[in-house]
Each structure stands twice: as C-alpha cells, then as structure tokens.
Design a protein around this ligand. Structure first.
Ligand code: BG6
Length: 454
C-alpha cells in the first residue's frame, strides 16, 4: 500500500546513541553516572554518534528516510543545567543542517530520560517546582536556536517510565509511602512543565508542531472475569490516561484522582496550574509501542512490592497472555494487532494525529562474515508496518513510522547484548572497537519498503 505524505523515519535517543561524555562543554547527566549492572555498557561512549554524526546522517540518506527522530541531550545544550552551552548547540546545528541537506526532517524530543545531575543535587530534580522553570528555560533555548529549521518536536519521552525511574530523577525518599507520594508529585510537575513549554513554543516556533511521546499501553484483561476487566480499565488509567489526559485535556482520570486521594498521594498543586494545564494543547501524539500488556486483578494478600512502582497498588497487576509468542527479550509477547488496537483507542479518546516514534525488536544479533541476517526483525517490522497501513487505510491520521532504532544503541538496562538497530554498531559491552557501522539485512529491507512507497 502507498502511504501519501508519510514520514518514513528512524529513531534514537541522545543518552543511548551519542556518547561524547564530558566533551564539548557537556555537563553531567543523571544517565552518565547511573549505576548499570556489572559488565553492561553505560552511556559514556554509547554508539559514539558524537564522533560518527556525519556518517550516521549519510547512512540515513542511503536508507531513504525523510524523518530522524532523536533527542537533545539536556546537558549538551545546557552544560551543567543553568546556562546554554554554545558548543553543544553547535553540535546540534550541524546535525540538523546535515539532515536537512539530505532531505531528512529533524524530529527531536526535548527530554528522553536524562537530565542535569546538578538539578537532582541542588533541588531534588522533578520533586521541586524549580525543575519546571529549568525545563521551560531549556526548551526555550532549544526553540530559539533550532526552531527556525526544526518544525516537529516531542516534549517528554515516556512519562510513565520517567516517573517509574523517579530515583534517577531526584526521588530519594526511603519511606515507601512518602516515596510513592513523591513519585506522583514528580509526574505532576512534569505535566505542568510540558504545558508551559508548549505555551512558549506557540510564541517562538509559530509554524511548528509539538506533542508528548507516550509509551502506548495496550492493555488486555487476562480473563473476562469482571474483576480482571475492571483491573485492565484501572491499568489503562494509571499507565496511560493519567499522562495523556493531562497532556491533551489538562486533567487526570477520575479513578486516578480517587485512588491517589484515598492513599494521600495526590500531588500538591497551585491555583493557577489549572488554567495552564487546560490550555496549551499539543498538536500530535508520539506512540512508542513494543508489545501489549495483560492485566488481572490482584489476589487477596498477593505481594506486588517487587513490581515496577506503577504496578504497586491494589487496583491491578500483571497477568500473562498465552495467545502471543514470546521472544528472549520480549516476555509480554509479540503483538502487531496491538499497535492497531492501541492507536485506535488513543485516537478515539484524543482526536489528534499520531506518529509511531518507536517500534522494534530486540535481539542479540550475531555478526556473520561481515553481515547481520536479522530476518526475525524484518518479520516484526513488516507485521507492524502492515498494521499502520491498515490504520491509515481506514482513515485514521497517522503521520509516520519510526523503527527503534536507527543504529544499535545502548539499551536502557542491558547494554549492547540487546540490540534493535537497522545498522549494527561494532562494539560490545566490554570492547569498544571502532564502533564501525554495518547495515543489517533489515536496513536493506526497510530501504526497499520506503522505495516501494514512492
Ligand atoms: C523505550 C525507550 O521505552 O524503549 C527507549 O523510549 C528504550 O529509550 C526502548 O531503549 C527499548 O527499551 P530497552 O530497555 O530494551 O532499551
């Protein structure tokens, strides 16, 4: 199927691809010094795009994409956080200009998991409203420096995951109850920061489009038992609607408010917040989707304290979906239909155009005589792109599709043992080698897919 005016893109994020630790005036980011498991690569070199930028853009051009979805590194643009860093801004100017020369639209996200460590040390990161002002200041520096050429923007990548990783971003509470309260406060502050940044965006980049990037939650009840169906509805409110409702509508779902109030976790707000939250609507929604989630009701006395924080409540817990095929790195199971189902739900609730900002298959790819034969990834991408085609053919507004990831990047927790790229980066967790770029079979497959759409 031919998709008109469609963005065929590819995705990365700064802390996972760039490296360039401490170089060009870059300040220390939370992700630079986070603890990674023994023997797992960290972000200091990552895929070394800092030194391979020209080559990477040339490979994008060879691939044929017309959109590069990446992120600005907060500490490259703002040094230790407080003042703009001209060398860092210059680095992104070069990246943006090079992309545009090759006919590739740059699509940056402002905040993809990392933030200045100084903010965590100085005022407790997102726990403080000071962080809202700093985020807006940083966003404005980006809008003013790049907004003449960059017209499509993301605000926050996966607020669900940033919220869950609240310790990385300033939540040092040891008391479990206070810790949860602080986590929900941090999320509220992020939502407010996003809206204030959109307000500035409207004034600075008058002809641009901006929106949140969500970790789309496609939630199935484990069974038709009413308690499991209700649990799945609760999960949708707590894992997705609480973020996107704030981004688009400016208020939380009622069930979320009720539960947080009951627990004493409802965030502190200020009178003038409401107006800011309701105004400043985004133009689009970025969709990150890897797999669906199966949910069931919590059993009496069941311990859920080992699950990620957003599952630590009495309203729902993780179930198992026996209808999907699981892979080594995808324990929830591969579910292309879920992409279609989830996008339909998001569209019907918010009526905004969407763009798939991440979708991909992790594997421990093996270099075989100078090539990577990743037919498993081709199969995954093909099935998910078909769901995008189905969605568009039914008249829904999908602007584009970006596989995660353009090149192999350091995964959020598993280093380079877990790869998603269309382009192999020749390094391991232990041995940096030269980070040579080697297009995989999926690169050539995607290249043909894009060509055949023209
Ligand atoms: C998304 C993130 O949650 O999933 C990416 O936006 C991340 O940054 C991707 O890399 C895959 O997750 P992981 O943990 O396999 O790297």
């Amino acid at each position: 199927m031919v998709l008109d005016n469609f963005y065929w893109g590819a995705s990365t994020s700064a802390f996972q691809v760039e490296g360039g630790y401490g170089q060009g005036g870059k300040g220390i980011a939370t992700t630079d010094i986070r603890k990674v498991p023994e023997g797992v690569a960290d972000s200091k070199i990552a895929s070394d795009q800092y030194h391979h930028m020209i080559e990477d853009v040339d490979l994008m051009a060879e691939l044929g994409i017309n959109l590069y979805r990446f992120s600005f590194n907060w500490t490259r643009v703002m040094g230790n956080g407080y003042q703009p860093n001209s060398e860092g801004i210059e680095f992104y100017n070069k990246l943006i200009d090079r992309c545009l020369e090759k006919g590739i639209k740059p699509f940056p996200t402002l905040y993809h998991f990392e933030m200045p460590q100084a903010f965590v040390d100085d005022f407790g990161g997102w726990n403080s409203r000071e962080c809202i002002d700093q985020y807006v200041k940083y966003a404005e520096v980006c809008f003013r420096n790049f907004g003449d050429r960059v017209k499509i923007w993301g605000t926050i990548n996966e607020q669900l995951i940033v919220t869950a990783a609240s310790d990385l971003n300033g939540n040092h509470e040891s008391d479990p109850n206070k810790r949860m309260k602080q986590m929900y406060q941090m999320s509220y502050n992020m939502s407010l920061a996003e809206k204030m940044a959109i307000h500035s965006f409207r004034e600075i980049v008058k002809d641009g489009k901006i929106g949140p990037v969500c970790s789309m939650q496609v939630v199935y009840p484990e069974s038709p038992a009413p308690e499991d169906v209700l649990a799945s509805k609760n999960a949708t409110d707590f894992l997705q609607n609480c973020f996107l409702d704030m981004s688009v509508i400016g208020e939380y779902p009622q069930s979320y408010c009720n539960y947080l109030n009951k627990k004493g976790w409802y965030p502190e707000t200020e009178a003038e917040d409401k107006e800011i939250l309701v105004a400043n609507k985004p133009d689009l929604i970025g969709i990150n989707y890897y797999a669906s989630t199966c949910i069931r009701a919590l059993k009496d006395g069941e311990d859920n304290s080992k699950l990620p924080p957003f599952y630590q409540n009495e309203l729902f817990t993780l179930g198992t979906n026996n209808y999907l095929t699981k892979t080594k790195w995808m324990e929830f199971g591969v579910d292309p239909d879920g992409l279609y189902i989830g996008m339909r739900d998001v569209y019907e609730r918010y009526k905004l155009p969407m763009i798939v900002t991440e979708n991909g298959l992790a594997a421990s790819d093996i270099l075989d005589d100078g090539a990577i034969h990743d037919d498993y990834r081709i199969d995954y991408l093909d099935k998910h792109i078909k769901q995008c085609e189905r969605f568009v053919s039914e008249g829904y507004p999908l602007l584009g599709y970006c596989p995660w990831s353009l090149v192999d990047v350091v995964s959020s927790h598993q280093g380079f043992k877990k790869r998603y790229g269309l382009i192999y980066v020749d390094r391991t967790d232990e041995d940096l080698k030269q980070c040579k770029r080697i297009p995989k079979d999926s690169f050539y497959w995607y290249q043909e897919k894009i060509k055949s759409n023209k």
